[in-house]
Design a protein around this ligand. Structure first.
Ligand code: HSE
Length: 407
């Protein structure tokens, strides 16, 4: 006699929701073979069909793929209070109401799984929660937004920003509101979630400093290529001065860095710790079917009872003034003494220059340099002073650089 099916209530039927339903149907027989119960979709809630209470009453587990804060938060809380396990891909919700959700899961002794909320199909949540649960982590660096990585990859091959963004939307990588992708907010939400997992510390989206790719100039990508650099939107969560720093910025990397080769909608996360040196995992970070495979993995993990170890919390003390190397782009008058005046001011603020490209353009010149690591506050003060010189023709531009070079 076969056992009862495992009923999955599905909330949301967009790009990921519909791909999840399709994948579950395809894989159900095999899951039943190793697990004893066959997963089935026990009801679907969309704006125009289904009733939440009815779906909940019949479900063994709720999958939330609506996105956004409400009503997703209300549905997840009600599901857990009714004793149902839940699976979600909702990074906005986890990064803004994570504590309430985790607390509710604990109180009602149900599982809250969210592998698909960070880096799509890349199993970084499980690696941090389980494989590395006994490893003290120093730093996480990641490319955690597929849309922006796709756009930067296309721009490096000559596409315009607008065309690349349209293409990312057409392929189903972008959020419903793509400004969340290009502003860095989507990546910031994911870094808040990763920081919480890695450091056992509640980090809210508002605690993450982020910057997007909308203001980048394509000529920055060209100059940087001459200096051996490629541009990525990098999220970081790292221990600093006894606290934690979590931020997202466009950042240059030297070729050979594990994250430099990550192209298109792929994501990657590098975890650093003295015990493990470093581990990088990468794979598809966006796309319906790819993200749906992580959601289905969570469903199977709940069916088979995967572990969820607690982590001791680190006191939350967010550090904003971090050290970084910087790319610096100056548009200046081409006349004697300019380079000397700029380097003089930089030197006075402890900004040491690693490499320079200068290009004369008639009356004007482009002065593009990469600094050695420096405290961001010192660099900002130096740049403000440089910006006051009468020979500076446009606002100086800066972008972070991860300075490790690989040969
Ligand atoms: N819009 C997101 C991205 C989808 O581009 O990475 C995955 O969260």
């Amino acid at each position: 006699m076969s056992s009862e099916p495992f009923r999955v209530g599905l909330l949301g039927f967009g790009t990921v929701g519909s791909a999840f339903a399709e994948l579950l149907e395809e894989r159900a027989a095999e899951i039943e073979r190793f697990n004893g119960r066959r997963p089935v979709i026990g009801g679907v809630l969309t704006r125009s069909r289904g009733g939440f209470e009815e779906i909940l009453s019949e479900a063994d587990l709720i999958v939330e793929l609506i996105g956004g804060l409400e009503p997703a938060r209300d549905y997840l809380l009600r599901s857990m209070r009714a004793g149902r396990h839940v699976v979600t891909a909702n990074k906005q919700l986890l990064s803004q109401h994570g504590e309430e959700l985790f607390e509710t899961a604990r109180e009602h002794d149900v599982r809250l799984r969210f592998e698909a909320a960070v880096a799509g199909a890349v199993p970084v949540v499980r690696v941090l929660e389980e494989s590395l649960s006994a490893t003290p982590i120093e730093r996480i660096h990641g490319i955690v937004n597929g849309t922006t990585n796709f756009i930067l990859t296309e721009m490096a091959h000559g596409a315009s920003y607008a065309d690349a963004l349209k293409d990312a939307q057409r392929r189903g990588f972008a959020e419903a509101d793509p400004s969340d992708d290009v502003s860095g907010r989507d990546a910031a939400a994911k870094m808040a979630i990763l920081a919480r997992l890695a450091f056992g510390t509640p980090v809210h989206l508002d605690d993450v400093r982020y910057e997007g790719i909308e203001h980048l100039h394509s000529d920055d990508l060209e100059y940087a290529r001459e200096l051996g650099l490629g541009l990525k939107l990098i999220g970081a969560a790292e221990r600093r001065q006894g606290g934690l720093s979590v931020h997202v910025h466009p950042t240059f990397l030297y070729s050979g860095h594990p994250l430099a080769a990550v192209a298109g909608p792929f994501n990657a996360v590098t975890v650093e710790s003295e015990a493990i040196t470093e581990i990088t995992i990468s794979g598809p970070g966006a796309g319906g079917r790819q993200t749906a495979s992580a959601v289905l993995g969570d469903v199977v993990s709940v069916m088979t009872g995967g572990a969820r170890p607690p982590a001791p919390p680190l006191p939350l003390r967010l550090i904003e003034d971090v050290e970084s190397a910087f790319y610096l782009h100056l548009d200046v008058a081409d006349r004697p003494g300019v380079l000397a005046a700029v380097t003089q001011v930089l030197g006075e603020h402890d900004v040491s220059i690693k490499s320079v490209v200068q290009r004369g353009m008639g009356e004007r010149a482009r002065l593009v340099m990469v600094t050695h690591p420096v405290l961001e506050s010192s660099l900002r003060t130096a740049i403000a002073r440089v910006g006051e010189f009468d020979f500076v023709r446009a606002a100086p531009r800066t972008i972070r650089v991860i300075e490790e070079e690989f040969v």
